[in-house]
Design a protein around this ligand. Sequence first.
Ligand SMILES: [Fe+2]
Length: 356
Amino acid sequence: MAVAAANKAGNGKPSPKHNIETVRQAFYDRIAKRDMRPLWRVMDSIVTKEPVSRCRPAVWHFDEVKSLVMESGNLITAEEAKRRVLILENPALRGESRITNTLFAGIQMILPGEVAPAHRHAAAAIRFVLDGEGAYTAVEGEKAFMSPGDFVITANWAPHDHGNTSKKPMLWLDVLDVPAVNFYEASFAEDFDAPTQETKRQDGDSLSFYGSGVLPDGTVITNRTPVINYTYARTRPIVERMMRAGNIDTRHGARVHYANPVTGGSVLPTMGACLSMMPKGFKGEPYRSTDGTIFVCAEGGGSTNVDRTVLEWRPHDVFVVPPWKRYAHSAVKESVLFSISDRPAQEALGLWREGK
Ligand SMILES: [Fe+2]
C-alpha cells in the first residue's frame, strides 16, 4: 500500500524522488519493529572522522571547593557516608558522576578522628593529596601516611580504608575508572565486617621493596604497580632536577610518568599519571591527545588555553581537558602539575593518538 501511495505524489504524477523516499521510510519503519536500523543513516555520526567529545573544559578552584567540602563535614560523617566525597562533574555531563567519559573525579575529606570503613570494588582508584597532613590510607595491608602531593594507588579489588589520626582535616582528589567499568557493566563491590583492616606492613614498605632497583625473590609480574604511595617528597626533586638539567619538553615541561617499577608499564591498566615541572614564564606549545586529562596544580600558578577557553589555575585547583582538544600551558610562576588520564587503556586497545 505504501508503494502505491508513493507513486501518486503531488499532482497525481509519479515523483521518483518522493517515491523512493516514501518507500525507504516505510522500510525503515518496518525494520524498526524488528529492532533493526539502516547503518547508512547513522554512519557519519558513529564512525566520526575525528574524536567527538561530549566533555567541556572546566576548572574547580580549591578555595571554593574546600569551603563546600568543609560544609559537607557538618552534614554527614565519613562513616555514615562511607566516603564523604563531592563529585566533580563535567558541566556537559551533569548527573553522570564523571569528569570525562571514562573517569570519575571527586574531592574526599576525612576529619580528625574519622574512619572511612574498609571496602573493595572492581573499579581502580588513585588519590592525589591536596591538603592536610598525617591521615592514612590502608591498602592491601599497608598503612600509608599521606602528605600533600602524594600519589596513592588502590588497584582493582584491593581492600582499602582511610583514617585521620591527625588534628587537621585532610582533603584529596579521588580519581576512579568507574564510568569505564560501568561501560563494560562489570562492577562489583563489597564491604568488610571490620571497619579497618589489619595492617601487616609498615608505611613505605612497598616503595622500599619494589621501587629501589631490587626486587624481593618471588615477585610476581602483574599489570598494576605494587607500590602503594609515590610520595611527593621523592618525586618532586626528580622533576626539579630534570628541569635544572634542561630536560624540558616544549609541550609538557620537565615531566615524568609514574611507572610500575617491576615492568616499566603504567601504574594501573586503566589509568596513567604524570608529574611535570614548568619554569617561570613557560609557554607550552599546543598539544592534543585522545585521552581526556585531569590536571591538578600542586604548586605555582598559570593558565591553560583549551581551544578558546582559558582555565586559570592556582595551587590545588583541578581542571579537565577533553579528548582531542588542543591545549597549551602557561606558567606565571615555577609550577608543578599532576595529571591523570585513561591513556594506558587506550594504548592497550591501540586507540591512543597524540598531535599538535
Ligand atoms: Fe573505595
